[in-house]
Design a protein around this ligand. Structure first.
Ligand code: G1P
Ligand code: ZN
Length: 542
């Protein structure tokens, strides 16, 4: 039986870079979660009798929202829901399942790398039938609907047993609970040479992985340990916890410190990797060397042909605007298209669907390919392992060899977190206001060549996205980018991205922050960071 429940709209349900992210207590406000899910359903057409994939990263409140989503899917006319056992689906596995089942779409419940728990973060994201995040046209419609919504529809039946794999039925809707790992692992076997990786591991190549008590634990246990023979003692935090053990499931040098220290220490393994809350990000560290995500993207693109799934070569490469230009040099050498898109995976969807690129990546530890429509942490790690198994070199040798061939792009991101939103907006507006005056101006030792506010026109559907970050280019090829985060749940986060290209191989072993020092000073000066934020240093440097 379906119930119609009257509600008043909530004013703050605007999806950000990656869906709606808020604190758990807000999602627990009566009607809040339902209003957002109904706004999604009301923005779609033709879901009658179709399938919907539902899964999440296992964080606190995941199971409750899945039960709500199942009942609302039934009430809104879906014919089938496909759910990961235990409510678990990594974001890339959900994307794969949507594609494989030819589902109408999917609800992915995650706040990615943000902390989880009763007072921490939760998130809901809608993905379309290509398996990718809904494009802005749809997220704008969802937001518009959320401003006027006055009721939601929900079926009344008992909670579904999420821990039992099998086919069930409620209120005329089919309910399928599936193994979250099996189909994803099969897909990986089609892309990579598991025999070669297994042989390399058996020959003594030591792989360490940190699942950060998040969703990739079960995937890593099945794929890395069971199928590839990785030593289980080196796969840490491999069981998902609702609060990620009290940590941020963010695979960076701050939050994956245990892995980082291990990789920099004596007797380090040969390869270290980590993934985030929902399994779409990756961190790659060789023995004694951290690989920046921008470099990792370039190296994966340059070597992808060594893996069976990419042996025909790449159709093109795409990167988000703030990501370094390292991949552009690879595209130029390969003679394939290079695309520069706004931040967020949703902008890659059209390019991938149209066959205009094969590999995409972001500086925020995201890489992926046309095998799904999300970034994919384990995919990146497996591609690295495949390349290492074929080349039989260390990570350090591969990275230095890449720099010798293409030049090195020194790169860093400085984040100023938890800023007052109003001041952060003023900082950006002030900077935006003086862009036309900047060309020709000297800042310390640097001279500004050009400056703009990045706008992107999608080459496939022609849609235009403006105000995607301020870019300042300097003579000699250095660049500064400023933008405000679209994924935070409290205050504002200012992100400043810096890069400097160095072609000379005798200068590839310098310390990144020192190399970037002139850009760091220029950023403070140009954006008047101290004046607007009262801060004299960033909170996180990656
Ligand atoms: C951040 C990253 C961005 C990524 C997004 C979702 O968004 O910067 O690259 O796509 O998380 O994982 P931001 O907070 O910068 O808007
Ligand atoms: Zn994520």
């Amino acid at each position: 039986m379906t119930r119609t429940v009257a509600i008043s709209p909530f004013p703050d349900q605007k999806p950000g870079t990656s869906g709606l992210r808020k604190k758990v207590p807000l999602f627990q406000t009566p009607g809040y979660t339902e209003a957002f899910i109904q706004s999604i359903f009301d923005s779609l057409e033709g879901m009658e009798g179709e399938s919907l994939v539902i899964g999440g990263d296992g964080r606190f409140y995941n199971r409750d929202v899945i039960q709500i989503a199942i009942r609302m899917a039934a009430a809104n006319g879906f014919g089938r829901v496909v759910i990961g056992k235990g409510g678990i689906l990594s974001t890339p596995a959900a994307s794969h399942l949507i594609r494989k089942r030819q589902a109408f779409g999917g609800l992915i419940l995650s706040a990615s790398h943000n902390p989880g728990g009763p007072t921490e973060d939760f998130g809901i994201k809608y993905n379309i039938s290509n398996g990718g995040p809904a494009p802005e046209k749809i997220t704008d419609a969802i937001y518009a609907r959320s401003r006027t919504i006055d009721r939601y529809l929900i079926a009344e039946f008992d909670d579904v047993d999420l821990d039992k794999i099998g086919d069930f039925e409620a209120d005329g809707m089919a309910i399928e609970v599936v193994d979250p790992v099996a189909e994803y692992a099969e897909l990986m076997e089609t892309l990579f040479d598991f025999d070669a990786i297994r042989a390399h591991v058996a020959g003594g190549f030591r792989v360490a992985f940190d699942a950060m008590h998040a969703v990739t634990g079960p995937y890593a246990r099945e794929i890395l340990v069971r199928r590839l023979g990785v030593d289980p003692a080196l796969v840490i935090n491999a069981f998902p916890l609702e609060d990620f053990g009290g940590h941020h499931p963010d695979p960076n040098l701050v939050h994956a410190k245990q892995l980082y220290d291990q990789m920099m220490g004596p007797d380090a393994p040969d390869f270290g990797a980590a993934s985030d809350g929902d399994g779409d990000r990756n961190l790659v560290i060789g023995r004694g060397i951290f690989v920046t995500p921008s470099d990792s993207l370039a190296i994966l693109a340059a070597n992808a042909h060594l893996a069976p799934g990419y042996k025909a070569g790449l159709k093109g490469i795409a990167r988000s605007m703030p990501t370094s230009g390292a991949a552009d040099r690879v595209a130029a050498k390969l003679g394939v298209e290079m695309h520069e898109t706004p931040t967020g995976w949703k902008f890659f969807g059209n390019l991938l669907d149209a066959g205009r690129c094969t590999i995409c990546g972001e500086e925020s530890a995201g890489a992926g390919s046309d095998h799904v429509r999300e970034k994919d942490g384990l995919w990146a790690i497996l591609l690295w392992l495949n390349i290492l198994a074929v080349r039989r070199q260390s990570v350090r040798e591969i990275v230095h060899g890449h720099w010798a061939e293409y030049g090195r792009t020194y790169y860093s991101r400085h984040d100023y977190e938890a800023l007052d939103t109003e001041s952060a907006n003023q900082l950006m507006a002030a900077l935006d206001g003086k862009l036309s005056l900047l060309p020709g101006r000297k800042v310390g030792s640097l001279t500004i060549e050009k400056a703009d506010n990045f706008a992107y026109q999608d080459p496939i559907d022609g849609s235009v996205s403006r105000n995607q970050g301020i870019r300042i280019f300097f003579e000699g090829g250095s660049r500064l980018v400023f933008r405000l985060s679209g994924t935070g749940t409290s205050g504002a986060t200012l992100r400043i991205y810096m890069e400097r290209y160095q072609p000379d191989p005798t200068r590839h072993d310098e310390e990144t922050q020192s190399v970037l020092a002139p850009l760091i000073l220029a950023a403070r000066d140009l954006a008047e960071i101290g004046k607007w934020t009262g801060r004299d240093a960033p909170t996180v440097i990656t």
